[in-house]
Design a protein around this ligand. Structure first.
Ligand code: PGA
Length: 291
């Protein structure tokens, strides 16, 4: 009797799980990335360490944080070993020398620092990083053995003019000039509409999906299907726990680059632990079947 009831219970769980998978699946075969760009925050080393210490590593997902470079070493000591680190920028003019205020790529070669962020819109607009500078940073990062997280995205005016795809395609092509298909394994692209960054205006998930699919198509045309299918393309711009599940349901969105919401560990952890059908289903099934 009990056996039959349990069997029935398990069958119901299986059906519910299948329904969930179909309605809310993270369908991409690519391992999702949840990245936090701390920008010029937090204000003190103590706060940076407290934030670092409270970050979750999530199985099957790549969690990456980009602290200011002066905190990198300490953050590496404090964070969970499965959280990856990245630098927000690097000077590629030389390895050392008379470049006041700059930090070179060899200086960033620290334990657990895997990524260099290239082409963030704040670097483009506030520090005059143009397409050539960004290409040089991508090149430099790859040559120095880092993975490059390349940001692209249109301004509000360009969005309203309906030229988003062209602008993004141009930025993508210029930044990746000379990058080989093999090197693309170490490139993550982040689509960040400038008008969505720090504004609370999130690009509708279906619009972002369309841009991501279009960028993937560009990668297919420039390289081949295997490069296009393997490349992780993240969304960035006011991403938060409120919108993450809807974003991650899109088949061409492989993660998020988070700014403001990355400065509070509990909020960022909620983003990292986003619910997607398969993960939800798997843990749900584990719970039900093993009890
Ligand atoms: P935001 O920033 O999440 O605060 O909009 C994103 C980013 O700048 O990468």
């Amino acid at each position: 009797m009990l056996h039959r009831a349990l069997h029935q219970h398990n069958m119901m769980a299986l059906i519910a799980a299948l329904v969930l998978t179909r309605t809310a699946a993270y369908t991409s075969p690519r391992a999702p990335v949840v990245a936090g760009n701390w920008k010029m925050n937090p204000g003190t080393a103590e706060e940076a360490l407290a934030l670092a210490e409270a970050l979750d590593a999530v199985e099957g997902r790549e969690v990456v944080v980009f602290p200011p470079s002066c905190y990198l070493e300490a953050v590496a000591r404090k964070t969970n070993k499965n959280v990856a680190l990245g630098a927000q920028d690097a000077c590629v003019l030389a390895e050392s020398g008379a470049f006041t205020g700059a930090v070179s790529l060899p200086m960033l070669k620290m334990p657990r620092v895997d990524y260099v962020l290239c082409g963030h819109s704040e670097r483009r607009s506030l520090f005059s990083d143009d397409d050539d500078a960004i290409r040089a940073k991508v090149r430099g990062a790859l040559d120095a053995g880092f993975a490059a997280m390349l940001c692209i995205g249109e301004t509000q005016q360009e969005y309203e003019l309906g030229i988003t795809d062209d602008i993004c395609a141009l930025q993508l092509a210029k930044a990746l000039e000379g990058v080989t298909a093999a090197e693309m394994a170490n490139v993550v692209v982040a689509y960040e509409p400038v008008w969505a960054i720090g504004t609370g205006l999130v690009c509708p998930a279906t619009v972002a999906q369309r841009v991501h699919a279009s960028m993937r198509q560009r990668l297919r045309a420039t390289y081949d299907s295997s490069v296009a299918d393997a490349c992780r393309i993240l969304y960035g711009g006011s991403a938060s726990p409120l919108v993450i599940d809807g974003i991650m349901r899109q088949p061409d969105i492989d993660g998020v680059l988070v700014g403001g919401a990355a400065l509070d560990a509990a909020t960022f952890n909620q983003v990292s632990n986003f619910h997607a059908g398969w993960w939800r289903t798997r843990s749900f099934l584990k719970k039900v079947l093993h009890r």
